[in-house]
Design a protein around this ligand. Structure first.
Ligand code: AMP
Length: 369
């Protein structure tokens, strides 16, 4: 990942892929142009790398010239195209191929067509290395397209973000800023994760996902997932990883507009932690911190037995099941402390005290992130 000014960008298209696309385009254009000597017209500034690499691959004689237009301000393509340097030679009767680095809205292309309207060229063809079909708003024909890309801002290989990035030999794509704050609330059963998550989600405007709650909802509604999960939960065992991971991913997908998430009761195994990292990366996001509530075992048993009197949860009613859940936590889940410590993301918080005191302790960790 790289940072240019205030924004982050991730690798998107390699130098090798660019090279292959240009080779294909050079062969295709040479075949169509035949024995004529074409004039390649690069649109500055962005196309300087494309033109340079393309003409080296062009297998026959050709001429090269440039015009200079400017359209981008920051990361938005603007309607207002400035003509900074126009045509400097007579192209009457010539076969002209415009070489663009990227076609996105098509506004620059409209200006190019305006420039050539009265030039009496023999033919005007448009070639572009990158093309964003979802952004294109014009109907000028694009004769040669290297690589189609989604409608996200890119830099590198001649393309800049406010002046920076043109020198990169490969293409980087802007990193989205959705899911800004993602917390894993950690701790043994009865540590108070659910209670604290209720306060934190309001305070930080986050979506709270409790895998235990989602399983219980499915059990109550007698879904296939609920029936499967119940057999494990009733004994205080963990539900198999793949089932839990698939369910968690579906919950995240439901909340595309979220500011971020509080994951409560997930991950509980290394496989789940790895799956969560992968999921966050695919969203251009990450887990910012694991905040662990630390509470003594005997206090946990006492709290859970107390909760069992009113919660109706079968796994809170029986002391041996409670102890099994705590054992499962130490056997399978506590190792995650190492997983997040290795990434410098582990924050232990004393989970004994009043609910308000513990919220204050958790908030001070979150505020310091
Ligand atoms: P909780 O409400 O977090 O205490 O979870 C209650 C029960 O749901 C656990 O004892 C497990 O059987 C099951 N469960 C919840 N989250 C997970 C998870 N991440 N992986 C496996 N099982 C889970």
């Amino acid at each position: 990942m790289i940072k240019l000014h205030d924004k982050y960008f991730k690798p998107f298209i390699s130098a090798e892929e660019i090279d292959q696309a240009l080779t294909r385009m050079a062969i295709e254009i040479a075949n169509e142009v035949g024995d004529e000597i074409p004039v390649f017209v690069g649109i500055l500034n962005g196309s300087f790398m494309v033109v340079s690499d393309f003409v080296k691959k062009y297998p026959k004689p050709c001429e090269v010239t440039f015009i200079k237009l400017a359209s981008y301000e920051g990361v938005k393509s603007t309607e207002d195209i400035q003509r900074l340097i126009g045509l400097t030679q007579d192209l009457t009767g010539r076969t002209v191929v415009i070489l663009e680095d990227i076609i996105d809205t098509g506004n620059t292309l409209a200006e190019v067509h305006r420039i050539f309207r009265n030039e009496n060229v023999k033919s005007l063809k448009i070639a572009t290395l990158f093309y964003k079909p979802a952004a294109y708003k014009k109907d000028f024909k694009l004769h040669y397209v290297g690589i189609e890309i989604p409608n996200k801002f890119i830099v590198g290989y001649g393309l800049d973000y406010d002046g920076l990035g043109r020198n990169l030999p490969e293409i980087y794509q802007i990193k989205q800023t959705e899911y800004m704050t993602n917390l894993v609330l950690f701790g043994p059963p009865g540590a108070g994760k659910g209670t604290q998550a209720e306060f934190l989600k309001e305070k930080y405007n986050l979506v709270h996902i409790s895998t235990g709650d989602v399983f219980r909802y499915n059990i109550k509604n007698e879904t296939a997932l609920g029936v499967l999960a119940k057999s494990y939960m009733d004994k205080g065992e963990l539900v198999p990883d793949q089932v839990t991971i698939d369910m968690l991913e579906a919950e995240v997908e439901k909340n595309t507009d979220a500011n971020g998430f509080i994951f409560d009761g997930f991950p509980r195994t290394n496989a789940q932690a790895e799956a969560l990292d992968k999921l966050m990366t695919s969203k251009d996001s990450q887990i910012n911190a694991m905040i662990a509530l630390e509470v003594d075992d005997e206090i946990l048993v006492e709290r859970l037995l107390g909760r069992g009197k009113t919660s109706g949860r079968a796994d809170d009613a029986d002391e041996s099941i409670i102890r099994n859940r705590i054992t499962e936590y130490y056997n399978k889940t506590a190792v995650l402390k190492d997983y997040y410590s290795a990434q410098n993301k582990y924050h232990g918080v004393d989970g004994v005290g009043s609910i308000e005191d513990i919220t204050v302790r958790l908030s001070s960790v979150i505020d310091s992130l």
